[in-house]
Design a protein. Structure first.
Length: 156
């Protein structure tokens, strides 16, 4: 049964200043007993974040219609780059991982984060268009915070 992630209680409060912060948190959680509070396992969350990071370089393979992009850029871009992202958004199929062991998901995340540091090229965002290196970095951090908040451990 699918969980309505908009209503999940007990999520961690997470804020990352860098992709290194994200990676340190993921590595820490990979060594801890973690309970996934949403619909995805810990490994699936890591794999999803890796795919999203890679799409900021390779492109997402789709973009929203121009009028939707214009409205999103006007009304939501700043919020999505600086504030907490809302839970419950339905992702496209290419970003929804199948069952993924924690170790495999973490390895994908490590590779994707290393790639971010090695490649300065950034593709247009499917909703916001050309947001550049900093815009993508900010979006990726806010996106990771939302997903990683669903991983609860004994320290949260």
């Amino acid at each position: 049964m699918q969980i309505n992630t908009k209503k999940v209680q007990g999520r961690r409060t997470v804020r990352y200043e860098s992709l290194d912060d994200l990676l340190a948190d993921a590595r820490h959680l990979s060594e801890a007993e973690v309970r996934a509070l949403g619909n995805w396992s810990q490994g699936q969350i890591y794999e999803h974040l890796a795919r999203a990071l890679d799409s900021s370089i390779d492109g997402a393979g789709f973009s929203l219609p121009a009028p939707v992009r214009w409205i999103m850029a006007l009304l939501m871009k700043r919020k999505f780059l600086t504030k907490d992202l809302p839970a419950g958004f339905k992702s496209t199929a290419q970003f929804i991982p199948g069952e993924t062991p924690v170790e495999a998901g973490l390895a994908s995340l490590e590779t994707a984060i290393a790639r971010q540091a090695q490649d300065s090229k950034r593709a247009p965002h499917p909703a916001f268009g050309n947001i550049g290196f900093k815009g993508w970095n900010d979006f990726n951090l806010r996106h990771a915070e939302m997903h990683m908040s669903f991983l609860a451990n004994g320290e949260s």
